[in-house]
Write a protein that binds this ligand. Sequence first.
Ligand SMILES: [Ca+2]
Length: 387
Amino acid sequence: MLSTKFWIGLTTATALSSQLALAADNIILRAELLGEAFQVEQLSNELRSPWGLDLISDHQLLISEKSGHLVWLDIEQQQLLRQAVPFEINSSGQGGLLDIKIAPASSGSSDRSTSSDESSRSDGSWVYLTYSKAQGRQAATALGRFQWLNHQASDWQELWVSDSWQNSGQHFGSRIAFDQQGHVFFSVGDRGDRDQSQNVSNAIGGILRLTLDGQVPQDNPFVDSGYPALWSYGHRNPQGLFFDHTTNSLWSNEHGPRGGDEINLIQPGANYGWPRVTTGREYWGPRIGTTSLPSMVDPLHDWTPSIAPSSLLIYRQPAFANWQSLFISTALAGQHLNLVDLRQRPAVEYRILTELNERLRAARLDSEGRILILTDSGRLLRVSPAP
Ligand SMILES: [Ca+2]
C-alpha cells in the first residue's frame, strides 16, 4: 500500500543531514554509577514528541512519534526520514502513535534462539505499533503492524482494537513485548475509568496477549469467562513492558496516582489491584482503597513519591558489567533514568541523568548494551561506557 512516495522529505533528507550533524564532541554528560564510568551522547535532536524506538541495527532505528509519524533514523549517516502512519489515530491528550517494536525472528530459526529481547534485527521483519485509534470523539488503544523491507514500510495491518473506548485522552498504556513462543503482549491503561480495571470482561486496565497475527490464544485465562485477549488486570497505566528471555518472565511498570508507581511480575489471570489496592493517593490527598489484599498481587517495587515510569527493561548486557540484572525505567516527571536492584531486600534504587532535566520517554539497548533513550524534548541519547 505504501511506497517510498510516502516518505516526507526523501529529497530534503540530504539537506537535513548538515543540520543534523553534530559537533565532533557530542558528549553532553559524563558520570559514574557502581564503578561504571559512563558518558551520554546526543545522537539527534530532530525528533518531535517521540514515544517509542527499536533498532534495525546499532545505527539504524525506527522511532514512533506521538503525532502519528514513523521515523527511520540512521545515526551514522545522520539521515532522518519521516512518514505518516496510515491508521486513524487520535493524538490528543496522552493519545497518539505509541510504542513500536520489531518482532523477534521466527522461532523456527534456531540460530536466533539465544538472541536477547534487545538484539539487532535484520530487514524483512514485522514491526508492531500501538496507538490510540480514533472513532468519532472517542479513542481506544489498538495494535497494528507493518512489514519493513528495503527501507520501506508495507502491508499495514490493524490487528486488534481493544474495547477501551472513552472520550478521555487519558491512560492508554501502551508498550509492546514479545515472548519466544509466538505471542505479543501490549498494555492498556484505565482510560480514566478506574473501576473498569477490575472488570475482566473488558480490556481496560489490562495487559493483553495475542498471537503474532492478532488471534486470541486459546490458553488465555479469560477466554471462556471474560475478555478473551486479557492476560492480567487491575492495572492503572502500564507504560513499561519487558519480556525477560533469561527467566522467561513478563514484567511491567505502571504509573500510580500520587505515589504508588509500581514494578510488577506479570502472571496470567492475576489481579494487580487498581483501584482497590495502591499506596498512592488522590491528587487532592485522600487514600485510594487499601495497601494490600490477599486476592491481589502486590508490586515488587513501589515508587512513592511517583517518578512517572514510562518504559522498562532488565539489564543483561556486557557494556556495563556492574549493572547486571538491574531494572531500568525511564522517568517522565522524575526526569531521570531509574535503576532498581530487586535482588536486595529492600530493593536498592539509583538515579542517573538527573543533570539533564529531561522527561525520559523510552529506552532500548543496542547489541553491546549501550542504552538509547528518547526524551520528550525530541532528543535521542546514548549512554555508553566512558573511554
Ligand atoms: Ca498494583
